[in-house]
Ligand binder design. Structure first.
Ligand code: GAR
Length: 191
């Protein structure tokens, strides 16, 4: 079983999907022991607390990675899941966890990804371009944003009348919440 931290910044619905999957016994190699947020007000911290998992807020300043590195070493963390984490990690930090960090991105990479594409903006861009299919991707994190090896992808239909919010919800429900626990288990079982 791998000792895993989930990094979050906001609502934490992907964190919730992970906690629920763990509760159902669907991730036998995954032990979610820690949640770290760079946003004090993130609802994700509440979700962690309700699930009985330690939640820590680390101020989103220049010392963020130093504090995070210390905390992960203290807790003996093996693997990192980025679940709606809105900060780009440095190449140095990533090197220490090479091949052991995954991220969920709300598009079919290589579309609508990289710098500036996060959260609702991704769905706004997909609708503006008029794509008929979008989806989500789980990938290994490397120094270049959203460019690491792809672990899993799932396509989701864009429907007439979609707003960014409606599309975001469908992508989460049909792709992200299903795929992230599976991808986490897949990598944890391999490490
Ligand atoms: C999710 O859609 C996730 O894929 C996206 O932010 C949302 C977070 O929601 N992540 C990114 O855009 C990263 N580039 P959540 O806090 O409810 O899980």
């Amino acid at each position: 079983m791998k000792n895993i931290v989930v990094l979050v910044s906001g609502g934490g619905t992907n964190l919730q999907a992970l906690l629920d999957a763990e509760g159902r016994g669907e991730m036998p190699h995954v032990d979610l022991t820690l949640v770290v947020s760079n946003n004090e007000k993130a609802y994700a911290l509440k979700r962690a607390q309700e699930a009985g998992v330690e939640g820590v807020f680390i101020k989103n300043d220049g010392d963020f990675e130093t504090r995070l590195t210390e905390l992960l070493a203290e807790r003996g963390i093996d693997m990192i899941i980025l679940a709606g984490f809105m900060r780009i990690l440095s190449a140095d930090f990533i090197k220490d966890f090479e091949g052991r960090i995954i991220n969920i991105h709300p598009s079919l990479i290589p579309s609508f990804c990289g710098k500036g594409f996060y959260g609702l903006r991704v769905h706004e861009a997909a609708l503006a371009r008029g794509v008929k299919l979008t989806g989500a991707t789980v990938h290994i994190v490397t120094a270049e944003a959203d460019a690491g090896p792809i672990l899993m992808q799932k396509a989701v239909e864009v429907l007439e009348g979609d707003t960014p919010e409606i599309l975001q919800k469908r992508v989460m429900r049909e792709a992200e919440w299903v795929m992230l626990p599976r991808a986490a288990e897949l990598l944890a079982a391999q490490l």
